[in-house]
Design a protein around this ligand. Structure first.
Ligand SMILES: C[S@@+](CC[C@H](N)C(=O)[O-])C[C@H]1O[C@@H](n2cnc3c(N)ncnc32)[C@H](O)[C@@H]1O
Length: 231
């Protein structure tokens, strides 16, 4: 029995994944229709999106204040497994949204014997909802969700970081990694969901920078990048 499979956590996650599917359904349907009409691949569209978003990511995500944009259950179980395998006690999460991924990671902290997850989210309404969801799951004591821009809120994470989950504005993956880099433990794992920004991929895939990195198809086409701090 793990915290992830406990009744309280499992029921909260089931409810949130269902809410996420409903809240994001129309947006996803529209996106798929646009891709089909243009003939553009998801990867090409994402690369274009990185450039567009770079100049106005605050406005972009204000427009998604009611969307979950959440990870899948499969990716959540992967986050849990990695945090358990790494025996993580300090986790940083860029892009908390409604707290779905946060619950998977905090459940791993609980089963590792405790620790702290520092999350961050631009949208105040999402911060409030994420906190309520962590309460519902019984994991709030392990989580510090900081409201604001990750480039400010993650300047001081209070100690060494075993796992970094990156799932925020696409164009900030590399700046956020560089912010946390001095705090990464040897063997720290960095998990990039929607890691489409070429500057980020070039950086983590270059051995000279002290990482081993490759893409994983946990969710096919969603840009799952698995990176280990080896330097
Ligand atoms: C893809 S969603 C995260 C989903 C979440 N990890 C989950 O699975 O439930 C990305 C989130 O990052 C937030 N975000 C984007 N840029 C940010 C920034 N610079 N600082 C903090 N949060 C940011 C957005 O508001 C959005 O809610």
């Amino acid at each position: 029995m793990t915290t992830l499979s406990s009744k309280r956590v499992a029921e909260t996650l089931d409810k949130l994944h269902a809410e996420a599917d409903a809240a994001d359904h129309d947006m996803m349907t529209k996106l798929i229709a646009q891709l089909e009409a243009s003939g553009e691949t998801l990867q090409d569209a994402a690369a274009r999106f990185v450039d567009e978003e770079r100049v106005n990511y605050r406005t972009t995500y204000r427009g998604h204040a009611d969307h979950f944009l959440a990870i899948s259950p499969a990716y959540g179980r992967f986050l849990y497994a990695i945090a358990r395998a790494r025996r993580a006690t300090r986790i940083v999460e860029f892009g908390t949204s409604m707290g779905v991924s946060t619950i998977y990671l905090a459940a791993a902290l609980r089963d590792n014997g405790g620790g702290k997850l520092i999350g961050t989210e631009l949208e105040p309404s999402k911060v409030a909802r994420a906190r309520a969801h962590l309460e519902a799951a019984g994991l709030a004591d392990l989580v510090d969700i900081r409201e604001g821009d990750a480039l400010d809120t993650l300047k001081d994470v209070g100690g060494e970081v075993d796992v970094l989950s990156i799932d925020g504005a696409f164009s900030l993956y590399l700046p956020v990694l560089k912010l946390i880099e001095p705090r990464l433990t040897p063997g720290a794992v960095i998990l990039g969901e929607n890691a489409f920004a070429q500057d980020y991929l070039d950086y983590v895939r270059s051995p000279a920078n002290g990482y081993f990195s490759r893409s994983l198809d946990i969710d096919e086409g969603r840009g799952n990048e698995f990176t280990v701090r080896v330097g």
